[in-house]
Design a protein around this ligand. Structure first.
Ligand code: SAM
Ligand code: SF4
Length: 337
């Protein structure tokens, strides 16, 4: 086994599973609440299940500290809609205060981006993924249930102006909905330095019918891109399971996330913690493992780190989506996608 990485004077005991995969990337959900009603996620909007109690700033600080200690270098703040939290900027700031974490990212529906892009950048946020499922405002409304296309696009402009390292656009590919939008998306990134990420629709517990009606294989998009001269890039350790394509005539790039493709899980580099402090070893695990009891004081750090290592030894080699097994994941708003 190779020796653990050294950062400054601290020797990290990096998280690794039984299949040799290392985990330097945490997707941390900070809320389940969302103000959109995406058909594949929360078609009826967010409905609280009892009185929600999401991780507090101080619990988040403990969580970030422990993950940093086991080699986490990148944290993505997600949700629900993470930016609905009133202390979202404070969350970014406290992650930025941790020297071991060198990349802070978020995934957002873009609803609050126009007003806050600069503030978040100044707090330390460097990468932002904005979900835009269609460049046709009517289709955007049909998919998200919100008539906010223009506002979200102004938010993207604000992010580009604020100086974000990477502005990525997430679009879930949907048969008979946005599948005709590919040329529009391509036209957009010809002269705009945007990274587009096409995500293949995943089946969730509450989304079976939607999946049956709208699932579109990512492979078909891959073949179309290759036919139009797009080339598969060398993968970078940061890419995880995404396949990235570039084209000499385009400023933007395209990433494909195809969870149903063979070997998708082989490059898994991420762990997830839900907004209530449960560790999920996979987007589609049977159940999360509670960490919250060990997030109450810094004196619990060693025990928390030990629990993380112990859980990693249980991580399975792959998900079981092909068999229609979606674990406890009723929708991705509960764990952040
Ligand atoms: N609310 C934020 C947003 O929409 O960007 C962050 C949370 S959302 C759950 C994270 C990502 O998961 C979004 O890009 C969304 O499109 C994607 N997503 C949600 N449900 C999905 C599904 N069933 N299959 C594939 N992607 C999904
Ligand atoms: Fe909300 Fe994001 Fe889910 Fe859409 S995908 S309903 S914006 S959490």
């Amino acid at each position: 086994m190779s020796s653990p990485p050294v950062f400054g004077k601290v020797i990290m005991s990096q998280l690794q599973d039984n299949f040799g995969r290392r985990f330097h990337y945490l997707r941390m959900s900070v809320t389940d609440v969302c103000n959109f009603k995406c058909g594949y996620c929360l078609p009826d909007g967010y409905h609280p299940n009892g009185k929600p109690s999401f991780l507090t700033l101080s619990e988040i600080e403990q969580l970030v500290g422990a993950f940093a200690e086991v080699g986490t270098q990148k944290i993505r703040v997600t949700g629900g809609e993470p930016t609905l939290r009133k202390d979202f900027t404070d969350i970014i700031r406290l992650i930025a205060d941790n020297d071991q974490v060198n990349t802070i990212a978020t995934t957002t529906n873009g609803y609050r981006l126009e007003e806050h892009a600069q503030e978040w950048y100044d707090a330390g946020l460097r990468r932002i993924n904005v979900s835009v499922d269609s460049l046709d405002p009517r289709m955007f409304y049909q998919i998200t249930g919100e008539n906010k296309f223009d506002k979200v696009m102004r938010g993207i402009d604000a992010a580009l102006e604020a100086g974000f390292e990477r502005v990525k656009i997430n679009a879930v590919l949907l048969k008979d909905l946005n599948d005709k939008d590919l040329p529009r998306f391509l036209h957009w990134i010809k002269s705009t330095p945007i990274d587009l990420r096409f995500i293949e629709l995943m089946e969730t517990g509450l989304g079976r019918d939607y999946f049956q009606a709208h699932h579109l294989a990512g492979e078909s998009i891959k073949q179309r891109l290759i036919a139009e001269g797009w080339q598969l890039d060398q993968s970078d350790v940061d890419d995880g399971p995404a396949k990235n394509f570039s084209h000499p005539d385009y400023q933007g790039r395209i990433g494909l996330i195809m969870p149903y493709a063979q070997n998708f899980c082989a490059t898994c580099n991420r762990l997830r913690v839900s907004a209530t402090g449960k560790l999920h070893l996979c987007l589609f695990t049977e159940q999360g493992v509670d960490l919250r009891d060990l997030l109450q004081a810094e004196t619990q750090r060693a025990e928390l780190v030990e629990r993380l290592h112990a859980q990693l030894r249980l991580k399975k080699e792959t998900h079981f989506l092909h068999q229609g097994f979606t674990g406890v994941t009723q929708h991705l708003a509960s764990i952040g996608g």
